[in-house]
Design a protein around this ligand. Sequence first.
Ligand code: PLP
Length: 284
Amino acid sequence: SIVFLNGSYMPMDEAKISPMDRGFLFGDGIYEVIPSYDGKLVGFAPHIERMDQGMDLIGIKFGYSQDEWRAVCENLIEKNGGGNLGIYLHVSRGTDSKRFHAYPEDVEATVFAFVFEIPAAPVADKAVAKAYKVSSTEDLRWKRCNIKSTALLGNVMHFQQGYESGNNEIILYNADGEMTEGSACNAYIVKDGVVITPPLDHQILPGITRLMLLDILAKDGSIKVEERIVTMDEVRNADEIWLTSSSKEIAPVVELDGQPVGDGQIGATWEKAQALYSAGKYNY
Ligand code: PLP
């Protein structure tokens, strides 16, 4: 595939960075994944805004405008033949001559982008949608989960735990037994027709799919949404559980820790919400 590195396009196997890059040594960087279907980007502006906020939060000075990022995305889609693609954008603090924790002052950020194939967007039909199975475990990541950092070892280890037990994802909860999110997605329950998801704070990533879904549901008005603490007791008694991420959209969960969620089938509220999301997702 063709990738983008520090201003140039090149085949993946020609893209080289120094092992002294702080992204490699410290996981010192910020990333994004933007989905695109047949060349149409989903949530481009909010994705770039979140990336800019992440770089501000960790003091990386790198200033591509939205237009410059859009050109990178569109060029990569075109050079790689289109289709259903996730576009990975990555800015690390850059390459230093020494390994010293403090932010260096005179390094240039490293910017890298590549595309990978993603599944076709889910169709809002219970009969054909992929049903997810998840496990759950205590969230052992750090207290800055709002930063979309490339340092993902906590997420990777949690995902692996779910994966090794035959699940598609793992739902995390804090020391108080409150659901935070999945290892690579946001989490929701549905109870008596109301969609409930934890509020944005340092415990979760402010997902762009979450942002768009809540906005779409608010504008439609037919499904009530609450942003509040969700206990694991509530999760275990939910009618439906959903996960959202850029590459999954809304994923319906039918099994939690080996037990059926609700009646063990994909729910009616999921079907309605996914239909609304499918119809509205290109407006962001
Ligand atoms: N939470 C975590 C930990 C993630 O890694 C992701 C992204 O993959 C999400 C939530 C969902 O974010 P988005 O909807 O922006 O893809």
